[in-house]
Design a protein around this ligand. Structure first.
Ligand SMILES: [Zn+2]
Length: 486
């Protein structure tokens, strides 16, 4: 019997059927979890099977690599399609050029009910140096109330959380459902970001649950309201036909490496603030992360000062950042006494949530083209870009989410920004301007995503499933009181 707030329903736990009513406003509005909460009981009963499914999905090393769609990626796609189909979704497959297939699908909405799009991704980043892992990266290992493995937190537990909420409603939630689970998120989402505007029906919904985030710290239910954009920039310097003896030529010969280093140094001021004209920054108006928390999450050495000035949040959420993520220069080991003829670097620019990422990329490129260290021209080329996102937080979906997330965690909800980027989000926001986007999930600041020993906390995982289960009810209830889908 599905959870239907306007009727009583049956909960089967441990073989005993139990009748419970849900239309108890006090249980839906007040923060804090009432004594017996049906959604909590149902999800608790589902957790063993959800953990098994998570383990099975994590065991598939679905690493996304540009230009390749290999068997493991397709195996993960097929497993995700099966899980959603079994959970009641009419599943389809979206094949776009040069992009891993996305699992799409729907559960039609009950009359007058709103529709919710569930987004997530089944691809993962490479495990990196396996010797840094305490347990095998693709062997899900449970200990200390967590499951360890590549993709447990980013973001396979979020895929399973969507499945869990649908199972809790036995495939008949009080809202319509659309799903989009992609397989190329970690490498920029391929052709997917440009697709929603061409076929919005596949994604049309009143609210989007972007399952690829989580709690800023364990125990703090977090709705992420802003994502920075992203732009990559290649910088290359060629000065000589080949390396020249540093004794004979050093001091006069144009040194490609010196020029590159000088150019990179010009991107920040003496305090470490980005010093490129045209990159937007403003103070973050809202609760922010404390410096102590940031240092702890970032594992910053005690004697190290943070860089940049002004509010921490405006440095990591509502302002730019430029990181050198790759550099091709002679390595120290094996170095010879020679002036470098060539040097190259790849910069990753994080952009204010509301600034156009191409405009920001242009600003960085023109800065580098104008800097000409020692009169040396730089070859500056654009890499991929992705716009940021800033949520509207005043609509019925946000209202419903505040209640559902607060109840699931028994704590006040925090609205926070994020320095990271999810390319599809701004594309969906453009294609569906009236839809509210909720950036949520199972992960937390200590999950080590993209690093060794990534892990998801089972408690956060379970609460994320409960929150989503409750959200369907809260959102449907609000639509009912405001006279149907928004
Ligand atoms: Zn992710």
């Amino acid at each position: 019997m599905p959870i239907d707030e306007r009727r009583t329903y049956w909960l089967t736990v441990a073989g005993k059927r139990k009748e419970t009513t849900v239309r108890d406003t006090s249980s839906t509005s007040s923060a804090g979890v009432p004594a017996s909460d049906t959604a909590i009981e149902i999800v608790a009963a589902l957790m063993p099977s959800l953990k098994t499914d998570l383990g099975e999905l994590v065991r598939i090393p679905s690493v996304s690599v540009p230009g390749r769609i290999d068997d493991d990626l397709l195996r993960a796609h097929d497993m995700v399609a099966r899980l959603f189909s079994e959970a009641g979704v009419e599943v389809g497959r979206l094949d776009l050029p040069g992009t891993a297939p996305a699992v799409i699908g729907q559960i039609p909405a009950p009359p007058g009910a709103p529709t919710v799009l569930l987004y997530s991704h089944y691809d993962v980043v490479p495990a990196g140096d396996a010797t840094q892992w305490e347990t095998p990266p693709f062997e899900p290992t449970e200990h200390g109330g967590a499951v360890y493995g590549r993709g447990t937190a980013d973001t396979k537990s979020n895929v399973i959380a969507h499945v869990g909420a649908l199972r809790a409603w036995e495939g008949r939630p009080p809202v319509g459902i659309k799903i989009c689970i992609e397989g190329y998120e970690e490498i920029g989402s391929g052709a997917l970001p440009s697709y929603p505007p061409t076929d919005p029906e596949v994604f049309r919904a009143d609210a989007l649950i972007i399952g690829d985030m989580g709690s800023i710290t364990p125990g703090t239910p977090t709705l992420t309201t802003a994502l920075r954009g992203m732009a990559n920039v290649f910088v290359e310097v060629r000065t000589l036909k080949s390396g020249k003896h540093s004794g004979q030529y050093g001091g006069a010969a144009p040194d490609a490496l010196l020029a590159l280093v000088a150019a990179i140094a010009s991107l920040h001021d003496e305090h470490g603030n980005v010093a490129v004209a045209g990159l937007r920054r403003n103070e973050w108006d809202g609760p922010a992360q404390s410096e102590a928390e940031f240092r702890q999450l970032g594992e910053v050495f005690a004697e190290m000062a943070l860089i940049g000035t002004g509010g921490l949040a405006s440095r990591i959420w509502s302002g730019p950042a430029i990181t050198v993520i790759g550099i091709d220069v002679p390595s120290v080991d094996g170095a010879v006494n020679a002036v470098s003829p060539h040097a190259r670097a790849l910069l990753n620019v994080r952009v204010h949530p509301e600034q156009d990422s191409v405009e920001a990329q242009e600003a960085v490129m023109s800065h580098l083209r104008n800097v000409k260290p020692f009169g040396i021209e730089l070859d500056v080329q654009p890499g991929p870009t992705g716009d940021g996102f800033a949520a509207v937080t005043t609509g019925p979906a946000y209202e419903a989410a505040r209640v559902a997330w607060a109840q699931a965690w028994g704590a006040e909800v925090l609205l926070a920004g994020s320095g990271g980027s999810i390319p599809i989000v701004s594309a969906l926001a453009r294609a569906l301007p009236d839809a509210e986007a909720l950036l949520v999930g199972t992960t937390d600041g200590y999950a080590n995503i993209h690093g060794p020993n990534e892990r998801v906390l089972l408690d956060e995982f379970e609460k994320a499933v409960i929150a989503e289960t409750k959200f369907f009810r809260e959102f449907a209830a609000r639509a009912a009181t405001t006279g149907g889908a928004t």
